[in-house]
Design a protein around this ligand. Structure first.
Ligand code: ATP
Ligand code: MG
Length: 365
């Protein structure tokens, strides 16, 4: 087989393939592998494997082990950190190459599990939300009916009483009953059957609107907002009200994390080529990434783990539904919500939304 034939065969393979010589330097790399290690073919050729990843990375270890022992090795679920897209999770197999009976090199075959992991994760989330949906529907029914009665009775009592103290008490009954009713409404967003109303929209306009809403609260006057908007971002097919809900919750959380002392909220938008659900078919999907960052209180590891769980809150007066709702509507848009946080340093929430609907069949790219 000529070198040119080998190149086109490698390109036709969905898995990542890296051929290394007996010194562990890259002799050939296909584009699937290029995407995994974020190096072009030109950048990779001739480089030792340690340059593609880190010297202690499984890829490097496997190559060196295969070269020294002359037999193949595999390892699954190896993480590859990436700068521009989410980190990859890869199953890797190293196989020795022999020329005239002599060990002459190694082939690394990389199977990208990132997409599959994402799918599994989405499926888990869907199941979780379905359970919430059932609970929500049951709760709504059980709570809202009697609550209507309580509120009505409170109003009647208030109107009938002549004494100011009693009127005050009945107002409290009405106010609190109304608050509980709206809490139940909030929780109802988990109920099934809530369809998205998708229209082309300008995400910057949504964000500006949310900032205006959040800014109305005088408690947040100490916060400085930095808009890092990429003006070239095209319109997005999404539900404006739902996205407003997502960003309003995130920005409010950010503002609350800044607290009395104030600080900065940075909102950044950009388009990324995220290899998402359809990776196994070799598609890339342009993704809009909106990141909301604050330099406020931050979370420790345990808080971070719990943050999106419904009713988890560390705030007095919080209901703990903000992030759960934000995550839910992001997932409904086939998007993802990731949170990074460090106690005392700040928090960054990244919402990734696909700019175009998922392709239904394979088309040449
Ligand atoms: N930007 C942030 N910085 C620090 N902690 C955060 C941030 N966002 C969320 N958290 C933590 O996660 C918890 C859950 O957030 P979530 O928005 O779900 O609920 P909440 O803000 O407490 O109440 P609400 O339902 O009113 O939004 C918060 O109580 C807080 O501990
Ligand atoms: Mg909140």
């Amino acid at each position: 087989m000529t070198a040119r034939d080998l190149g086109s065969v490698l390109e036709a393979i969905v898995a990542g393939v890296i051929v290394l010589d007996r010194d562990g330097r890259v002799e050939e790399i296909n584009s699937a592998a290029s995407r995994i290690v974020e190096r072009s073919r030109e950048q990779a050729l001739g480089r030792p494997v340690e340059d593609l990843v880190t010297p202690s990375h499984a890829f490097a270890r496997l190559v060196r082990k295969t070269l020294s022992q002359g037999s193949g090795f595999t390892e699954s679920h190896q993480k590859v950190e990436r700068r521009n897209v989410e980190d990859a999770v890869v199953d890797v197999a190293a196989t020795p190459l022999f020329a005239e009976g002599e060990l002459d090199g190694v082939v690394l075959v990389l199977r990208d599990r990132t997409a599959r992991n994402r799918l599994e994760q989405l499926e888990e989330e869907r199941e979780r939300f379905e359970t919430f949906g059932q609970i929500a529907a049951g709760l709504a029914h059980e709570i809202k009916n009697p609550l209507g009665g309580i509120r009505g009775a409170g109003e009647i009592l208030g109107r009938r009483s002549s004494d100011a103290k009693n009127r005050e008490i009945s107002e409290l009954v009405v106010r609190e009953a109304t608050r509980i009713a709206s809490l139940v409404d909030d929780f109802m967003v988990f109920a099934r059957g809530d369809r998205l109303d998708l229209v082309p929209l300008n995400v910057h306009r949504v964000l500006d609107h949310v900032l205006e809403l959040a800014g109305m609260d005088p408690a947040f006057s100490g916060a400085h907002v930095e808009r890092n908007f990429d003006p070239s971002i095209p319109e997005l097919l999404a539900d404006g009200d739902r996205l407003t809900q997502v960003f309003l919750n995130l920005i409010r959380n950010g503002l609350q994390a800044l607290g009395q002392d104030g600080g900065t909220i940075t909102i950044t938008t950009r388009v990324a080529l995220e290899r998402r659900l359809v990776t196994d078919l070799g598609h890339s999907r342009p993704t809009l990434v909106i990141s909301i960052e604050d330099d406020g209180a931050g979370m420790d590891a345990e808080e971070l783990r719990q943050a999106t769980v419904p009713f988890f809150t560390t705030r007095t007066g919080g209901t703990g539904l903000g992030l759960a709702v934000a995550e839910y509507w992001t997932a409904q848009h086939e998007g993802t919500l990731d949170i990074e946080s460090e106690k005392g340093v700040g928090t960054r929430v990244r919402v990734a939304l696909p700019l175009v609907p998922a392709p239904t069949e394979r088309s040449p790219e």
